[in-house]
Design a protein around this ligand. Structure first.
Ligand SMILES: *Cc1c(COP(=O)(O)O)cnc(C)c1O
Length: 374
C-alpha cells in the first residue's frame, strides 16, 4: 500500500517549483546577472504589484512576517504599559512582537467556527490601557473585520491585521488587509505566496505611517546616511522579490485550486461522526492556507494516517497564553476554553495547489477507512 505514489506530504514545495521552474530560474538568473541583490528594481516592482493586489497605496517590504508586525508596531509607537489584544490561537509572531515593540500582550479567546479572534472576548478585554487589536486571519479564514472595526472605532483603537496565512482572502468582497490602519504579510516558503527563504511586507493607505515603517526597517532613514531615528535592518532580497514577482502571477489560480480541494475534502469527510470539517463564515472568502479538521482522538487519527503514508500537521499544539514563555502571567486553560480545546483537537490535512485529485481521494478514503466508514 505504501508505494512512493502513496506518500503524501502536508505541503510539497518541490512540486510547485517543478511546475514553474523555467520562469523561476530565469528570474533568479537575471538578479544574479544584474547584481541587484538587496532592494533594487525587483523589490520595487514587487512592492508596487503587492500594494495593487491588496488594494492599498503603500507596500513596505521587509525581511519576514515577524519583522513586519514588529516594524508596524514600532511605527505605531507603543508606550510602556500599552495593551494590545491578540488572539489566543496563532503563530507566536502575533504576540511576541507586541512585547518586542514595548507593549503588553492581552489575549482574547477565539471562535469555534472561524478559529479567529472572538469580538465578544475583545470587548471584555478592553481597558483604558488598550491601544490596538491584532486580528489574525487564521488558516486563511478572514477574521470578523466588520465587527472588529466597529469595536475599534468606538474605543479609538488601531487595528493591525496579521495576514500571514490569508493572501487574497476577503470579507463581503473587501480584501483582507484593507480594513485596519495597516496589515502584515509573510512570504515564508510554506505560505500561500512563498519565497525561497524569508520575506515579508506591510501594506497601508497611510503615507506617514508607511514612511515611518520604511525608515525604521532601513536604519532610520529613507535615504542613505539619513538616520533620523535608530532603526533595524530588515529588507527584501532581490532574489526573493524576483521569485515573488513570478509566483504572484500564479497566486489567483493556486488559490482557486486550494478552494476546489477544500470543497472536495468537505464533501468527502463531512458525514463522518466524530470529525468536524472547517466551515466558512457568511460573506467570507477563505483561501485555505490550511484545511484543519477537528477530531477528539487526534493522535490516533494522525498515527493511523501516517501508517498509510499520509502526513498531517498540528497547528497549533498549544494556545498562545499557555506557552512556557507566558508562564509568569499564570493564564489558565479555562480562561481560553475554545483556543485550548482546538489546540488539542485540530489536525491539518495535506493541502497544496499541486495535490492531485487521486492523491486527495487516497487521503479521504484513508480517513473514512480509519473511521470504519468503509
Ligand atoms: C508565518 C506567520 C507569521 C510570521 O511570519 P514569518 O515570515 O515566519 O516571520 C506571523 N503570523 C502568522 C499568523 C503566521 O502564520
Amino acid at each position: 500500500m505504501m508505494d512512493a505514489e502513496r506518500r503524501i506530504p502536508l505541503v510539497d514545495l518541490h512540486a510547485q517549483y517543478v511546475r514553474i521552474k523555467p520562469e523561476l530560474d530565469e528570474a533568479i538568473a537575471e538578479v544574479i546577472a544584474t547584481s541587484s541583490f538587496v532592494r533594487g528594481p525587483h523589490v520595487e516592482a514587487f512592492e508596487a504589484s503587492f500594494a495593487a493586489v491588496t488594494q492599498r497605496q503603500h507596500c513596505v517590504s521587509c525581511g519576514n512576517g515577524t519583522d513586519a508586525l514588529y516594524i508596524a508596531m514600532m511605527a505605531l509607537g507603543l508606550k510602556p504599559g500599552d495593551e494590545v489584544i491578540v488572539p489566543a490561537m496563532s503563530w507566536i509572531s502575533s504576540s511576541e512582537t507586541v512585547t518586542q515593540a514595548g507593549g503588553k500582550v492581552v489575549f482574547a479567546d477565539i471562535d469555534t467556527e472561524t478559529h479567529c479572534i472572538n469580538p465578544l472576548d475583545i470587548e471584555d478585554k478592553i481597558t483604558d490601557r488598550t491601544v490596538g487589536i491584532i486580528p489574525v486571519h487564521l488558516y486563511g479564514h478572514p477574521a470578523p473585520m466588520d465587527k472588529i472595526m466597529k469595536i475599534a472605532d468606538h474605543a479609538g483603537l488601531w487595528v493591525l491585521e496579521d495576514c500571514a496565512q490569508a493572501h487574497l482572502a476577503s470579507l463581503n468582497g473587501q480584501s483582507i488587509g484593507s480594513f485596519g490602519i495597516a496589515a502584515t504579510f509573510s512570504f515564508y516558503p510554506g505560505k500561500n505566496l512563498g519565497a525561497m527563504g524569508d520575506a515579508g511586507a506591510i501594506v497601508t493607505n497611510d503615507e506617514t505611517l508607511a514612511n515611518h515603517m520604511a525608515r525604521f526597517a532601513r536604519h532610520g532613514g529613507l535615504q542613505k546616511h539619513e538616520h533620523v531615528i535608530q532603526g533595524i535592518n530588515s529588507r527584501l532580497d532581490g532574489i526573493q522579490a524576483a521569485i515573488l514577482n513570478v509566483k504572484l502571477r500564479h497566486l489567483s489560480d493556486w488559490t482557486q485550486k486550494r478552494q476546489y480541494l477544500a470543497a472536495r475534502y468537505t464533501t468527502g469527510l463531512s458525514k463522518l461522526p466524530g470529525l468536524r470539517c472547517p466551515s466558512v463564515g457568511k460573506g467570507a472568502t477563505h483561501v485555505w492556507h490550511l484545511y484543519a479538521v477537528q477530531v477528539e482522538a487526534r493522535e490516533r487519527l494522525k498515527e493511523a494516517l501516517l501508517d498509510r503514508g499520509v502526513s498531517t500537521g498540528i497547528n497549533y499544539p498549544c494556545a498562545l497564553p499557555l506557552l512556557p514563555c507566558y508562564k509568569k502571567d499564570l493564564h489558565q486553560p479555562s480562561s481560553f476554553p475554545i483556543a485550548h480545546t482546538l489546540s488539542q483537537e485540530t489536525l491539518s490535512l495535506p493541502l497544496y495547489p499541486e495535490l492531485s485529485e487521486a492523491q486527495q481521494d487516497y487521503v479521504i478514503d484513508a480517513i473514512r477507512a480509519i473511521f470504519g466508514d468503509e
